[in-house]
Design a protein around this ligand. Structure first.
Ligand SMILES: CC(C)(COP(=O)(O)OP(=O)(O)OC[C@H]1O[C@@H](n2cnc3c(N)ncnc32)[C@H](O)[C@@H]1OP(=O)(O)O)[C@@H](O)C(=O)NCCC(=O)NCCS
Length: 269
């Protein structure tokens, strides 16, 4: 996130804190998120041996002053990062979204049993995504993304989002990814994204918000992915998503206990 200053759609400012003897002891970057320009993204770090001296607070103050418009800042922090949690509270932060960060092991008997009992609703066909063009997939993913972010982080540039998600499809494992169809209509997807470092992320939701039977559709698609990942001996996946996800959140509530890395999205005025 840190880097040279930029203007325009990708506006960014990075600043450092320097000790009296010239050492860099902290850094902050504040930038415009081109798809969600209602808040400025912020990322900061203070060198461990210089913490609790007010540097983090001072860097946030600097970031506030750099903003070209008086919009809130947005920071991400895992709930296990206690210093970050405390700093965000001290500077008046407000949690506006929580990502459960569930990390099931698809090879575990508990997840295999869960996957085994998810019924496919009648009239629904589950298939891999091999046969779907990248254009059609990008359109479906954008539609899903737009409605699932609308209430709490509305997309301000659908074109930029479409480009970003289209690039994200480069990591798609189409054979393990799963679509749910009713007739010719793709109504839900569970995307399996494999990053170059081996990390596996799942993104699952319906294409439309008002999709009837959405919870069971998402559960069935996710279950097929889990079964295939378990068969492929993949032991660690991240289910991407938010506590507000209309269909995915109720599905996650039915999963057996799993490791998790909850992530908070915090707005700083
Ligand atoms: C989070 C971080 C930036 C804080 O930087 P810092 O310079 O130590 O923060 P400050 O000294 O300005 O702390 C301000 C207040 O935050 C709270 N706080 C900060 N660190 C804390 C800790 N480890 N435990 C409890 N409270 C803490 C306190 O209320 C503190 O005020 P106080 O020292 O008067 O009690 C630093 O710990 C860090 O770089 N962590 C790793 C990266 C990271 O988590 N970045 C933040 C992502 S949002």
């Amino acid at each position: 996130m840190h880097g040279p200053d930029r203007d325009g759609e990708l506006w960014r400012r990075s600043r450092v804190a320097v000790s009296p003897d010239g050492d860099v002891v902290g850094a902050i970057s504040v930038l415009r998120n081109p798809s969600h320009s209602g808040r400025f993204s912020v990322s900061l770090e203070v060198r461990p041996d210089h913490r609790r001296q007010g540097i983090g607070t001072a860097l946030i103050e600097v970031a506030r002053g750099l903003r070209p418009e008086p919009l809130p800042l947005s920071a991400k922090a895992h709930t296990t990062d206690l210093a970050a949690m405390a700093l965000l509270q001290a500077v008046g932060g407000r949690i506006y979204q929580q990502c459960p960060g569930r990390r099931p092991d698809p090879t575990s008997p508990e997840i295999r049993s869960w996957a085994g009992i998810q019924a496919v609703p009648s009239g629904v066909r589950l298939d891999p995504l091999n046969g779907v063009t990248a254009d059609a997939l990008a359109v479906a993913w954008v539609a899903q993304y737009l409605w699932s972010h609308e209430a709490w982080s509305p997309v301000t540039s659908p074109d930029t989002l479409a480009q970003r998600l289209r690039e994200g499809l480069a990591d798609l494992d189409p054979a393990t990814s799963t679509g749910a169809w009713i007739g010719d209509e793709l109504v839900a997807t569970s995307l399996v994204l494999r990053e170059p470092d081996g990390a596996v992320t799942l993104v699952a939701e319906t294409i439309r918000r008002d999709q009837p039977d959405g919870v069971r559709l998402v559960a069935a698609a996710l279950a097929r992915c889990m079964t295939l990942l378990g068969d492929a001996a993949v032991t660690n996946v991240l289910i991407d998503g938010h506590e507000s996800d209309l269909h995915l959140a109720p599905v996650l509530a039915t999963l057996p206990p799993t490791p998790a890395e909850p992530l908070l999205l915090v707005e700083i005025p």
